[in-house]
Design a protein around this ligand. Sequence first.
Ligand code: ADP
Ligand code: MG
Length: 260
Amino acid sequence: MKGKGEGGKAKGEEDFPLVKLVDVHKVYKLGEVEVHALRGVNLEVERGEFVAIVGPSGSGKSTLLNMIGAMDRPTKGQVFIEGQDITKMSDKERAKLRLERIGFVFQQYHLIPWLPAIKSVEIPLMIAGVPPKERRKRAEALLHEVGLGDRMWHKPSELSGGEQQRVAIARALANEPEILLADEPTGNLDTKTGAEIVSLIRRLNEEKGVTCIIVTHDLEVAAAARRVLYLRDGHIVRGQPLAKVGKEKALRPEEEGEGA
Ligand code: ADP
Ligand code: MG
């Protein structure tokens, strides 16, 4: 039920936002202690958007991304992907959803140390049942696309941080997901390399139409997005398209009131 492909959009697909969160709460329990990581998040993301989520450390950014990416379930509230409530899905159904429709990129790349880049990208294709020849072809094309055409057989230890992140992005895109989620993808990179990774993600958003949601505490990175959501203490305190309010103001929820 991807609703993609030759026939165009599936009937009814347009009726729903791609992502919708309704009053999402997440409480982590650590023995006696409860951490209220999300406190009633409401959010809609349309197809093709590039959204940045910013906020201080501990504000719930990763938790929020994990909710959208079906990695974890909210304590309360609903998460819809194309109108389907994913909180009601079984673990197996959620794993299928993640495999087919969501790509995840992390700060630490999470590549398997002994696998060359090409194999890393082939793994999600293998899990999805793509035959070997087709796998290889698609993995090669993806690595070319992220600028690693000449590094396909390099292992993570033979690649720079930026190159490893490119492999991770190619892997995330292997099954042509509709949504790319990136949690601090530039957090381990120097400014210049980080900027290159962000422009790669942006290009994928613009050219392939992949909906991108990127968590960052780097305002330069956030500035590449078309919409910035500011998270604090488990709430979205402000979200505005950058074009409307200007980059600086969009990132300063305290200065509500003027300009917008
Ligand atoms: P951010 O990504 O913005 O730094 P997180 O979503 O990681 O924030 O964390 C939000 C809050 O939830 C923090 O107080 C954090 O300590 C807590 N937290 C996150 N993950 C867990 C977990 N698995 N168990 C317990 N507490 C957690
Ligand atoms: Mg985090």
